[in-house]
Design a protein around this ligand. Structure first.
Ligand SMILES: Nc1nc2c(c(=O)[nH]1)N[C@H]1C(S)=C(S)[C@@H](COP(=O)(O)OP(=O)(O)OC[C@H]3O[C@@H](n4cnc5c(=O)[nH]c(N)nc54)[C@H](O)[C@@H]3O)O[C@H]1N2
Ligand SMILES: Nc1nc2c(c(=O)[nH]1)N[C@H]1C(S)=C(S)[C@@H](COP(=O)(O)OP(=O)(O)OC[C@H]3O[C@@H](n4cnc5c(=O)[nH]c(N)nc54)[C@H](O)[C@@H]3O)O[C@H]1N2
Ligand SMILES: [Mo]
Length: 716
C-alpha cells in the first residue's frame, strides 16, 4: 500500500466544504436544462454569489440525488461565454449579428410601442407569441397572447407531445400514463428511457425489472433499454401502425382481449377487428421487418400479463407522416386488453401544473385562457388542421412559414419569442426565411443563438439558478425555488420580463396587474397551497391531503369522447372526412411508397434519437457534454458502411432529396442495416434542412422527422 505521506501523492485537495469557514452555502434549486416533468433537484454550492459546484438533491423525491451528464455540467451552462448579459438592439441588416446594447427601459418601451402599433394596423392576430421546449413561463405567455387579443400562441408542442395527446383524446378523451408500480409487463413503444428521462426513472425501471417486470422494447434502434428487455421488436421506422394492428390481430384471433370492456365501452369494434385482420403476423413482418413469431410472442406477453402498461413517447411514434394514426393503433391496445385506467395499466390523472399530475388541483387552465377562442381570429393552422383545432389549445406553428408566404387568411407581422429555435422545425431554412420576413422579431434567450441573431431586439433571460419558479412533482411534492445566485449581468427572469410587458401590452388585464406572485397564488387556489407557506420550505415540501387515485372512472362518467365510449373508430375524425379507424399508411417517402426515390436514397433516415449528453441545441456549448461526441455523426450499420467503403470516423456526405450535410460516420450495430440515424441539435449541421417543410402528418401537422430517405457517401 502506498504510505499516506508518499511525496507522489498530491497535497490534499481543499474540499468544497460548506460552512462559515469556507464561506460556501448550499442553496437548493432545480435543473431546467431538460425534461419538464422531472427537472432534477440541485444543491448549488455557492460562494460569493458564484456557483462553484453542483450536486443532486438527495431529498428530491423525483430525482433522489441523481444528476445526468447535462445537469452535472450546469456550471458550464450558467457561465457559458455565449450567455446574453444585456438587452441588445439590431443595428445592421437582419441576421448580420450587428447589435448594440440598450437599456431595459428602452428595450421594453420599444417592444410595447411596436407591438401596439402593429396591433392597431393589422389586428392582434398578426402578432405571434412563441416559445420553445421551456415550459415554466408558458402560462404567463399564453395569457399575455390572449389578453393582447392574439390567438397565435405557438410552442414546440407543434412538433412534440400534442399529436400524442390528440391520439389519446381521439381514442379515450383523456391521456393515460403507465403505472409502473403494479404493472407485470411494460410495453415500451418508441421510448429510450435511459437517455430521455431523468435518472430516477431508469432506477425505477431497473427496480421493477428485479421485481419481475417483463419488458417489451419496440423501436428501430438498440438503446440501453434493449439489454433489459425480454423481447425487442426491431421495427422499420414509421411502421408502428402496422405492427400495432398485427399485435391487436393476434390478441383478437387468440381471444386474449377483454371482452367485457370491448362490449360495454368501445365503439367500432367490428370494423376495427375486420381491418386489423389484414395485418397477419406474416403481413406485418413484410411491412415492419419484425419476424412474425416475435410479433405473436409479444402480443401474447402483453395481453396475458395482468395488468400490463404501455409507455409511449411524446414524439418518436408521432414524428412520421402517418404518426397520429400509428399512435392511435398503438393506444388501442390498452383498451383492447382492458388495461385502461386500472392499477398497473394506463391511468388517467389530472394535471396539476405544467403537465405534471401531483395529486392536487390548480386553476392553470382557466388562467391561460382569459379570452375565449370565439372572440379571436382563427389560429395559425385552423384552416388546415381542424382536428388539431378541436383538440388542442394552441396554434399549429408548422403553418407559420406558409402563412408568412401566402398572407392568407391574414398577414403575420411580428413575433415575441421565448427561446424558440427555428433549427428544430422541419425545413428549418424555410422557418428561418419566414422569421426574417417579419416586420418585428423579439427573442428572449439565455444565449446568442441563431434565432436570436435574426431578432430586432434580444432580451437576456436568466437560468433556473437565478430565478423563482413553481415546480410540482408527480411524487406529490412541490417547490417554489429561490434564486441561488443573482441573475448574470443584466439578465432577468422570463416572468419578470413578461409581467413588465404585460403592464404595457395588456394594462386592462386585472390579474396581470397584481403581479407574478399574486397570479401564482391565484392559480394555486384550489390546491389550498399559498406562496406564504411554500416560501417557508426553500428546498420544497411534500403535499398533504392528496386525493387518493381512483380507477375505472369511465364507469361513473363514461369516456369524454363524442360517443362517451372508447373510440376504435373515431367519430371526430369521421366528421372531417378522415379515416375513423387507425389506418396504416406508409411514410410519404419510404422504400415501399417511393421505390424510385429509394433507388437513389436507399437508407431510411431517422433523426433525433436521444443521446444522454445532448438536448436539442442546448448543451453543445458545454465542453463537458460536447466533448463526449465532438463532431456531428451519422450512425450507420457496419454492413451498409462496408458496401460504401466507409470506415468508422470517416467524413461522409449525408444527403436527402432536399439537402446534404457533411458529418462523420459512426459505425454501430445500434442501427439495423438499411437505417441511418443522426442527432438533430449540432451547431455545425442544420439537420432539419434535410427535411421538406411540408413533410408533415396531414392530420396533426407534425413533421416526419423519423422516417425519410437518405444516402450516405464517403467524401472524396
Ligand atoms: N430532426 C429532429 N428535429 C427535432 C426533434 C427530433 O427528434 N428530430 N425533436 C423535436 C422535439 S421532440 C422538440 S421538443 C423540439 C425542441 O425544440 P426547441 O425547444 O426549440 O429546442 P431547443 O434547442 O432546446 O431550443 C430552446 C431554446 O430555449 C432556450 N432556453 C432554455 N431555457 C430557457 C429559459 O429558461 N428561458 C428562455 N427564454 N429561453 C430558454 C435555449 O437556450 C434554446 O435556444 O425539437 C424538435 N426537433
Ligand atoms: N438526453 C435527452 N433527453 C431528452 C431529450 C433530449 O434531446 N436529450 N429530449 C426530450 C424531448 S423534447 C422528448 S420529446 C423526449 C423524447 O423521448 P424518447 O421518445 O424516449 O426519445 P427518442 O430517442 O427520440 O425516441 C425513442 C426511440 O424511438 C425510436 N423510434 C423512432 N421511430 C420509431 C417508430 O416508427 N416506431 C417505433 N416503435 N420506434 C421508433 C427511436 O429510434 C428511439 O430509439 O425526450 C426528452 N428527453
Ligand atoms: Mo420533445
Amino acid at each position: 500500500m502506498t504510505p499516506p505521506h508518499d511525496s507522489k501523492i498530491s497535497p490534499p485537495i481543499r474540499g468544497k466544504v460548506p460552512g462559515d469557514a469556507s464561506g460556501i452555502e448550499i442553496k437548493p434549486t432545480i435543473c431546467s436544462i431538460c425534461n419538464v416533468t422531472t427537472h432534477c433537484g440541485i444543491d448549488a454550492y455557492v460562494k460569493e454569489g458564484v456557483v462553484i459546484k453542483v450536486e443532486g438533491t438527495a431529498a428530491n423525491p423525483s430525482s433522489r440525488g441523481a444528476l445526468c451528464p447535462k445537469g452535472a455540467a450546469s456550471r458550464q451552462y450558467i457561465y457559458s461565454k455565449d450567455r446574453l448579459r444585456t438587452p441588445l438592439i439590431r443595428q445592421g441588416e437582419r441576421g448580420s449579428s450587428d447589435f448594440k446594447p440598450i437599456s431595459w427601459e428602452e428595450a421594453l418601451q420599444r417592444i410595447a410601442e411596436r407591438l401596439l402599433k402593429i396591433r392597431e394596423e393589422s389586428g392582434p392576430e398578426s402578432v405571434v407569441f412563441g416559445v420553445g421546449y421551456t415550459k415554466w413561463m408558458r402560462p404567463f405567455l399564453k395569457r399575455l397572447a390572449h389578453s393582447f387579443g392574439s390567438p397565435n400562441y405557438i410552442t414546440e408542442s407543434s412538433v412534440c407531445y400534442m399529436s400524442m395527446a390528440m391520439a389519446f383524446k381521439l381514442n379515450y378523451g383523456a391521456i393515460g400514463g403507465p403505472d409502473l408500480r403494479k404493472a407485470q409487463c411494460l410495453l415500451v413503444w418508441s421510448v429510450s428511457p435511459f437517455y430521455s428521462k431523468n435518472p430516477a426513472v431508469a432506477m425505477d425501471l431497473l427496480e421493477a425489472k428485479e421485481r419481475g417486470l417483463k419488458i417489451i422494447d419496440v423501436g428501430p434502434l438498440i438503446t440501453p433499454l434493449t439489454a433489459h428487455a425480454d423481447i425487442h421488436l426491431r421495427i422499420r421506422p414509421g411502421t408502428s401502425g402496422a405492427l400495432a394492428l398485427a399485435i391487436a390481430n393476434v390478441i383478437m384471433e387468440e381471444n386474449l382481449f377483454n371482452r367485457e370492456f370491448v362490449e360495454h365501452w368501445t365503439v367500432g369494434f367490428e370494423e376495427y377487428r375486420s381491418y386489423a385482420g389484414q395485418f397477419t403476423p406474416q403481413a406485418a413482418e413484410t411491412i415492419t421487418g419484425v419476424p412474425a413469431p416475435l410479433i405473436q410472442k409479444a402480443a401474447r406477453l402483453y395481453a396475458e400479463s395482468r395488468p400490463a402498461a404501455l409507455m409511449t413517447s411524446a414524439s418518436a411514434t408521432l414524428h412520421h407522416t402517418n404518426g397520429l394514426q400509428n399512435e392511435r393503433a398503438l393506444l388501442a391496445l390498452i383498451g383492447l386488453t382492458g388495461n385502461w385506467d386500472v392499477p398497473g395499466g394506463n391511468v388517467v390523472k389530472s394535471d396539476t401544473y405544467l403537465h405534471v399530475a401531483a395529486g392536487v388541483a390548480s386553476r392553470e387552465a382557466e388562467f391561460v385562457q382569459p379570452r375565449p377562442w370565439s372572440e379571436m381570429a382563427p389560429r395559425l393552422g385552423d384552416d388546415v388542421y381542424p382536428v388539431w383545432k378541436e383538440l388542442t389549445n394552441e396554434a399549429q406553428g408548422t403553418r407559420f412559414p406558409y402563412q408568412m408566404e401566402t398572407r392568407q387568411p391574414y398577414p403575420i407581422r411580428a413575433m415575441l419569442a421565448f427561446g424558440l429555435n427555428y433549427r428544430m422545425w422541419p425545413g428549418s431554412d424555410a422557418m428561418r426565411e419566414a422569421l426574417k420576413k417579419l416586420d418585428f422579431l423579439v427573442d428572449v434567450e439565455l444565449f446568442m443563438t441563431d434565432t436570436a441573431r435574426l431578432a430586432d431586439i434580444i432580451l437576456p433571460a436568466c437560468t433556473s439558478f437565478e430565478r423563482t419558479e413553481l415546480k410540482f412533482y408527480g411524487q406529490g411534492y412541490v417547490i417554489w425555488t429561490r434564486p441561488a445566485i443573482p441573475p448574470l449581468g443584466k439578465s432577468r427572469s422570463d416572468t419578470e420580463i413578461l409581467f413588465d410587458l404585460a403592464g404595457r401590452l395588456a394594462p386592462e388585464d386585472p390579474l396581470f396587474q397584481k403581479g407574478y406572485e399574486a397570479c401564482v397564488d391565484w392559480i394555486l387556489k384550489p390546491s389550498g397551497l399559498t406562496l406564504d407557506v411554500l416560501k417557508n420550505h426553500p428546498a420544497g415540501m411534500p403535499l398533504k391531503n392528496l386525493s387518493s387515485p381512483k380507477f375505472r372512472k369511465y364507469r361513473e362518467s363514461g369516456f369524454p369522447t363524442p360517443s362517451g365510449k372508447m373510440e376504435l373508430a373515431s367519430t371526430l375524425l369521421a366528421k372531417y372526412g378522415l379515416d375513423g379507424l387507425p389506418k396504416y399508411k406508409e411514410p410519404k417517402h419510404s422504400p415501399v411508397s417511393t421505390p424510385d426515390l429509394a433507388r437513389e436514397f436507399p437508407l431510411v433516415l431517422t433523426t433525433g434519437a436521444r443521446l444522454p449528453m445532448f438536448i436539442h441545441s442546448r448543451t453543445f456549448r458545454m465542453p463537458w457534454t460536447k466533448g463526449l461526441r465532438p463532431d456531428p455523426m451519422v450512425d450507420i450499420s457496419p454492413l451498409d458502411a462496408e458496401k460504401r467503403g466507409i470506415s468508422h470516423g470517416d467524413w461522409v456526405t449525408l444527403s436527402t432529396p432536399r439537402h446534404a450535410a457533411r458529418v462523420r460516420a459512426n459505425l454501430t450495430v445500434a442501427v439495423a442495416p438499411g437505417v441511418a440515424n443522426i442527432y438533430h441539435g449540432y451547431p455545425e449541421v442544420e439537420v432539419n434542412q434535410l427535411i421538406e417543410p411540408d413533410y408533415l402528418d396531414p392530420i396533426s401537422g407534425f413533421p416526419g422527422f423519423k422516417s425519410l430517405l437518405c444516402e450516405v457517401k464517403k467524401n472524396p
